[in-house]
Design a protein around this ligand. Structure first.
Ligand SMILES: Cc1cc2nc3c(=O)[nH]c(=O)nc-3n(C[C@H](O)[C@H](O)[C@H](O)COP(=O)(O)OP(=O)(O)OC[C@H]3O[C@@H](n4cnc5c(N)ncnc54)[C@H](O)[C@@H]3O)c2cc1C
Length: 306
């Protein structure tokens, strides 16, 4: 089922991001937490992809496992940077054969020092969206409408395009190319998200926007987020609370999870189309948020607010 259809049916989605574990031990640990994630009945789960194909086999293996488990609907991320047209086609054909219904189409970032692969073919995510759409239109997916196509959105801006009007043009180009939902970069300021969502609407972007949330669970994690999600603003009141208890890892996690819980509650109250939890494969923080919000297995039962 397409994610946009799930949102239309259920009013909103709650979903989780996983990454493919690197070692046998990490696979075992992850297998244990998958059961905990299953018990939360997410609308879908997404699986990251190493830009340039560095996790191609592991992403594929995890998507296959999740797909065969039947209880979690996997949405593979696919980045186009460094890939040839034939490689992308082969990856899409593999997912189609397995009955995967949605793809998150991304550009990815070329590893430092890499040439970026076949220059000129897939330069931006919109090029990949067009490739997925051509695949769909050629009738090569078992579902008559082919893959549902998601793309990334950046409420607080993407570092390569400081001009926010131009950046909105680039997002609109991805939707015009065929994307039917957007998942955002993580953010900590809901007003920034809603303001950006309003600007999307003003720009004529009307596909559902799923908000990306990542609870802070440690100071080291916060620093990693600042690096990976460059440009994300950490509100002073959040930093003040963390600073108060920075000598206690447990209290830092409590503050971070409480902040994410309040963000999720406010997003739902204000009619968000979905919340995507960046889980880092650990279920504790997400389970706490679910419990506090009374969400366990009840996402489709959201009273409509819009
Ligand atoms: C939800 C989500 C999931 C992600 N998952 C992964 C993952 O699994 N693996 C991974 O490696 N990375 C992942 N990323 C990171 C992402 O690949 C990077 O942030 C990347 O820099 C941007 O990807 P994009 O798909 O938005 O690219 P694009 O939409 O191509 O945008 C990239 C930059 O190019 C600019 N741009 C777009 N079109 C044009 C144009 N025509 N002319 C000039 N400039 C243009 C944009 O404004 C932007 O600054 C994810 C990000 C998000 C938000």
């Amino acid at each position: 089922m397409h994610i946009a259809d799930v949102i239309a049916r259920d009013g909103m989605t709650a979903s989780f991001e996983f990454f493919p574990p690197k070692t046998d031990e990490a696979w075992d640990a992850f297998a244990a937490s998958v059961h905990e994630f299953e018990s939360l009945h997410p609308s879908f789960v997404s699986v990251t992809y190493g830009a340039g194909g560095s996790t191609r086999d592991r992403t594929d293996a995890l998507v296959a496992k999740l797909q065969s488990s039947g209880s979690l609907r996997p949405v593979p991320h696919l980045t186009c940077v460094g890939h040839t047209e034939a490689e992308i086609d082969g990856i899409l054909a593999g997912y189609a054969a397995r009955g995967v219904s949605n793809i998150l189409a991304l550009r990815g970032d070329a590893p430092r020092g890499a040439s970026g692969g076949e220059p000129g073919h897939f330069r931006h995510a919109a090029d990949l969206v067009r490739a997925v759409r051509s695949f769909n239109e050629a009738g090569r997916h078992p579902h008559v409408r082919g893959f549902g196509i998601g793309v990334a959105g950046f409420p607080e801006g993407h570092p390569e395009t400081p001009n926010t009007l131009v950046q909105m043009d680039h997002l609109r180009a991805k939707v015009a190319a065929g994307a039917d939902f957007i998942i955002t970069q993580l953010f900590f300021d809901n007003d920034a998200f809603f303001d950006w969502r309003d600007r999307c609407t003003l720009a004529g972007i009307t596909v559902p926007v799923i908000a990306g949330l990542m609870p802070i669970t440690s100071i080291a994690g916060l620093k990693r987020m600042a690096e990976l999600a460059a440009g994300t603003r950490f509100p002073a009141s959040l930093l003040r609370s963390i600073k108060r208890c920075e000598d206690s890892p447990e209290d830092v996690a409590n503050v971070g999870i409480h902040w994410a819980t309040e963000q999720a509650r406010d997003l739902m109250d204000r009619g968000v189309a979905g919340i995507h939890f960046y889980t880092l494969n650990r279920s504790d923080a997400t389970r706490r948020i679910y419990r506090t919000l009374g969400l366990q297995g009840r996402v489709g039962a959201q009273p409509a607010i819009r």
